[in-house]
Structures are given as structure tokens and as C-alpha cells.
Design a protein around this ligand. Structure first.
Ligand code: ADP
Length: 418
């Protein structure tokens, strides 16, 4: 629009120069054509001679009365401004021309239309942008607000002590997905802790009650004179007290394990070497009991896993000590290490007393001891619980197969580390 205006200024100036060249002076008549054109083009002309005396001037209010501009002046007529130009003929200033116009008017009707359409486009694009922004913000705020709301509900449930809750809806936002996983793990851990607490209390009270009852009955029988107070009967009672003390020691061990179980120092473990070391520790005890330990693995195979070396060692120590403890004279313990596509497997097989099928489902539980092993003072019923917990921390699994009188086989399964 500025270009158009500049061209118009040039054209007006050159027209006045031509008029002066033709007539050699300024008169009202010789400029009339251009004045008329100015009126039609909505601008004002004032012609002055070289002494700046006005020859002919237009009244700016005249152009306001033009039909197509009336609507534009209803609110604001804009600022009226003029520009002065020199008229030169043969490099001599022969007069001046002032061109004036209202800022809100555009010199041609096409310009008015152009401005109008520009304004419409701006309004339309602003409206469309606003609608798009509203839709997008609604969509994104929902993406955030729904999972956050669910997580908030879940944490309220957790604070109320309802740990059986899980948040399953996956989110595309990584941070929210992490939050979802953490809160699920938190719920799971709280549930586990709660279960552990209640189970521990029941187990402990049960385990403490049994020797206490025996103790109480025997004492009462002695007081009533049913059992004679002999060194032998007192010895029996002392044994019960010792067993009672051992049980309390074992509970202490369990508490210690629980508090340390979450600390894992991950490192590369070569299972073949670790098992060789564990076997070495047991050879002497096994020999004393006349039990053979056979260990099979392929020395060319890679048996590397990632985990806590001490804890994994504890797993095999517990399994092997059970295999020894519940074995017979001249028994055999067979340890097999192998790997395939599914993972790395350790099989510990003994031909000892075996486990009663009624006991089998509970052997991994806290303080659970098979009927037969209860007769012995040795053992706490926490060995396999520790095994199971450690393996769970390592995403590993354990299976057991046993037949009473024939033997027991434990199978430990690890994921392969690439
Ligand atoms: P414990 O200290 O009594 O050995 P564990 O948790 O290690 O506790 O084992 C739990 C029970 O599982 C044992 O009391 C025993 O009855 C049974 N058990 C575990 N391993 C064997 C095995 N190799 N042979 C027979 N019974 C077993």
C-alpha cells in the first residue's frame, strides 16, 4: 500500500511539473483536473507558488462526505496528515504541493476492500487458533489429569490401609508411567509388609505357644505328682527351654534378614564358580555324614547372572544344608547346572527323607517346618523363606518336587544376563 501511495505522489508531482512546463505559471484553472482526481481518490491537494502562497486548496472535510468512506468515519476519522513536495522545472523550485489524507482512509476502494479482507482473515485465524488451542489444551490436560486423579485416589486408598489396589491404565507420558509403576510397587510392598506382619505375629505366637504348652503341662504334671521329679524329667524340661531359646534366636535372625533384604549390591556372578565354592564348604560335613556331593556343569558354557553374590550364595547354602540335614547315611546330593534358551537352571537333588505332600505347599512359608523336622532342634523354618525372598528380589524362581522316603529336588531358575 505504501508503494502504491509513493507511486501516486510521484505521478501527482510529475503532472504538476508538466502543467507548469506547459503554462509557465500557476492558475486555479490549470490544476482543476488534478483537484477533481484528488477528490475522487480521497486526498486533498494544496497548490502553492515558489513563495509558498496558496494558489488553490481543498477543504479536507469535503472528502469525508464521500459515500463509501462515510461508514469508515462513524467511529474514528483518523488523524489528518499532510506531506509537502517541491515542484521543480529545470532544477528550479517553481512551487509546492501539499498532499493530505486521513490515516484511516485508504486512498482507493480496492485498498479498503484489501484492508477489510485482511482484518477478516486475522479475525478468522484468531478464532480458529483459539478453538484449536482450547481443544488441544483440553486433550492434554485430560492426558495429565486422569492419571493424576487415579494416582491420587490410589494413594488415598493406601493411606486408608486398603493395599489391594492397583493402577492399570498405562500412560503415554514417561514420567506418569514411572509414577504409576512406583505407586504400584509401593502398594505391592505395603501389602507384602502387611501380610508379613500379620503372618509373623500368628507364626510367632503359634511357635512360642507349642514349647510353652509342653513346658506348662510337664510342670503341672510334676506338681500333681503324675510325673516324678527326676533328673531325666528335669533334663527334658531343660531341653524344651533350650529349644525355646533357639526359637527366639531364630526370630532375631529373621528380623535381621527382613531389614537387610532390600539392600542389593548387583554384580556379575559366575554361577559355576559360586557353586564350586559352596560345594567345597560342604564337602567335610558331607563326608562326616557319609554323604556324597556330585556336581555337574559344562565348563565351556557361560553361566553369568547379575545379582547380589552374598545373597545368591546364601540361597545355595540354605538349599545344600537342607539337602544334608534331611538326608540319610550314605545318601547322595546331586547338583546340576545347565543353561538353555529359557535361562540358567540349578537343580539340587537329594535322596533323603523327602517332604510329606501335605507339607509341600507350605515349606516356603515363614517358620514352617515339616512334621518330621520339628522333632529335631536343629532348624528354624526360615531357610526356605529366605531362599524364596532372595530369588524374588532377583526375578528368579524356585520349584520343588518331593516324595516322602525317596528324596527332594529343588530347581532354581535364573534369567540370562546378556
Ligand atoms: P528348616 O530350618 O526347618 O530347615 P527351611 O525353611 O529350610 O527350614 O525348610 C522348611 C521345611 O521344609 C523343613 O522343616 C523341612 O520339613 C522341609 N525341607 C526343606 N528342604 C528339605 C529337603 N531337602 N528334604 C526334606 N525336607 C526338606
Amino acid at each position: 500500500m505504501e508503494d502504491v501511495q509513493d507511486k501516486r505522489y510521484d505521478r501527482i508531482i510529475s503532472s504538476f511539473e508538466k502543467i507548469y512546463k506547459r503554462d509557465g505559471r500557476w492558475t486555479e484553472e490549470n490544476s482543476l483536473d488534478l483537484i477533481h482526481e484528488a477528490y475522487m481518490g480521497n486526498y486533498c491537494l494544496t497548490v502553492k507558488d515558489s513563495n509558498k502562497q496558496v494558489i488553490l486548496g481543498m477543504d479536507p472535510t469535503d472528502i469525508k462526505k464521500r459515500d463509501h468512506l462515510k461508514s469508515m468515519f462513524t467511529h474514528d476519522s483518523g488523524v489528518y496528515s499532510t506531506k509537502s513536495f517541491e515542484i521543480k522545472v529545470d532544477s528550479k523550485v517553481v512551487g509546492f504541493i501539499d498532499i493530505g489524507q486521513y490515516s484511516s482512509t485508504l486512498l482507493y476502494q480496492e485498498d479498503v476492500a484489501f484492508k477489510g479482507s485482511i482484518n477478516k482473515s486475522i479475525m478468522a485465524s484468531a478464532t480458529i487458533t483459539l478453538v484449536i488451542i482450547i481443544i488441544l489444551s483440553l486433550y492434554f490436560s485430560k492426558q495429565f489429569s486422569i492419571p493424576i486423579k487415579e494416582i491420587a485416589n490410589l494413594s488415598v486408598s493406601l493411606t486408608k490401609g486398603n493395599f489391594n489396589v492397583k493402577y492399570n491404565t498405562k500412560s503415554n507420558i514417561k514420567e506418569l508411567e514411572n509414577l504409576r509403576n512406583s505407586i504400584n510397587i509401593l502398594a505391592e510392598k505395603l501389602k507384602h509388609q502387611d501380610l508379613l506382619r500379620t503372618r509373623l505375629v500368628t507364626d510367632i505366637s503359634h511357635e512360642l505357644r507349642t514349647p510353652l504348652n509342653v513346658f506348662q503341662h510337664n510342670l503341672e504334671a510334676m506338681l500333681d505328682g503324675v510325673i516324678p521329679v527326676t533328673t531325666e524329667s528335669l533334663n527334658d524340661l531343660t531341653e524344651e527351654v533350650i529349644r525355646f531359646g533357639l526359637l527366639i534366636d531364630n526370630l532375631n535372625g529373621l528380623r535381621q534378614f527382613e531389614s537387610e533384604s532390600s539392600k542389593i549390591n548387583y554384580e556379575k556372578i559366575l554361577l559355576d564358580r559360586l557353586l564350586t565354592d559352596v560345594c567345597k564348604d560342604f564337602y567335610i560335613v558331607a563326608e562326616q555324614k557319609n554323604i556324597k556331593i556330585q556336581y555337574y556343569f559344562n565348563s565351556n558354557e557361560n553361566y553369568a547372572i547379575k545379582g547380589d553374590k552374598d545373597k545368591i550364595k546364601q540361597v545355595f547354602i540354605n538349599l545344600l544344608s537342607n539337602a544334608l540335614k534331611f538326608n540319610r547315611e550314605n545318601g547322595t546330593i546331586r547338583i546340576q547346572l545347565y543353561s538353555n534358551k529359557q535361562g540358567i537352571f540349578v537343580i539340587i537333588q537329594d535322596n533323603g527323607i523327602g517332604i510329606n505332600e501335605n507339607d509341600l505347599p507350605f515349606i516356603f512359608e515363614h517358620l514352617y517346618r515339616g512334621d518330621k523336622s520339628r522333632a529335631q532342634t536343629e532348624g528354624s523354618g526360615i531357610g526356605l523363606t529366605v531362599v524364596k525372598d532372595i530369588l524374588q528380589l532377583h526375578n528368579a524362581d524356585i520349584d520343588v518336587e518331593s516324595k516322602e522316603g525317596i528324596g527332594t529336588t529343588f530347581k532354581v531358575m535364573f534369567n540370562k544376563t546378556v
